[in-house]
Design a protein around this ligand. Structure first.
Ligand code: ADP
Ligand code: MG
Length: 237
């Protein structure tokens, strides 16, 4: 069981950012929330994370009602566009952070950090500081840190948004391979249709706080459900 969002709405004042959204993310799948800027993608992700609470509706995580569960109790890993690595900590210390606060025994922590360095292909860079890494390497450290505690759900909000086109393309393919290896239920926010098409098992197309269509990349490309989806998806370059 993955994530179930049932009829969830979120208002900011009189403005409805997320409007009666329902969707299901199957366990172990990678789903993209795709839509233009302002369509409610980040708000929906924050609702799933527990960083915002809904005005109505329900959120189930692995079958349990999590609507009123605290962020800490949800066992979720996050990565945002503007990576927030700890600047004064090395790569190893950054990755180890969640294990340290959970007081995982030292020997296990060490093994796990080495395993994660290998997973995100940063062997040999463990002693560097964030300032000594490229943007793409920093985002891989952020992913390793998020995965360290074996979250049941991984939430990525435009994780490659700040990087240049070439690096984004490489990281896309890399994320897909990583997901095939780790199989953690992942929700990935992007406004880039090509990125969504290439990376995800399913795409949720959002517009003005509502879900326009849910389907595999092929479904959505071949059978767009509305004029909006058709124009937003457009031809893939
Ligand atoms: P997206 O991630 O798709 O660009 P967001 O979920 O960030 O969209 O925002 C959806 C809409 O909700 C936007 O119009 C945004 O200005 C508004 N919004 C988001 N967060 C807040 C907030 N904390 N207060 C007021 N308005 C907000
Ligand atoms: Mg956003």
């Amino acid at each position: 069981m993955g994530i179930v969002v049932e009829n969830v709405s979120k208002r900011f004042g009189s403005f409805i950012a997320v409007n009666q959204v329902s969707l299901e993310v199957k366990s172990g799948s990678l789903v993209a929330l795709l839509g233009p800027s302002g369509s409610g993608k980040s708000t929906l992700l924050r609702l799933i994370a527990g960083l915002e609470s809904p005005d109505e509706g329900k959120i189930l995580l692995t079958g349990k009602d999590a609507t009123y569960q605290s962020v800490q109790d949800r066992n979720i890993g996050f990565v945002f566009q503007h990576y927030a690595l700890f600047k004064h900590m090395t790569v190893r210390q950054n990755i180890s952070f969640g294990l340290d606060i959970r007081k995982v025994p030292k020997a296990r922590r060490k093994d796990r950090v080495e395993e994660l360095l290998e997973l995100v292909q940063l062997q040999g860079l463990g002693d560097r500081y964030p300032s000594q890494l490229s943007g793409g390497q920093r985002q891989r450290v952020a992913l390793a840190r998020a995965l360290a505690v074996q979250p049941q759900v991984l939430l990525l909000d435009e994780p490659f948004g700040a990087l240049d086109a070439k690096v984004r393309k490489d990281l896309r393919a890399w994320l897909r391979r990583l997901h095939d290896e780790v199989h953690v239920t992942t929700v990935f926010v992007t406004h880039d249709q090509e990125e969504a098409m290439e990376v995800s098992d399913e795409i949720v197309v959002m517009n003005q706080g509502k879900v326009e269509q849910v389907g595999t990349p092929a479904d959505i490309y071949d059978n767009p459900a509305s004029a909006f989806v058709m124009s937003f998806i457009g031809p893939v370059n």
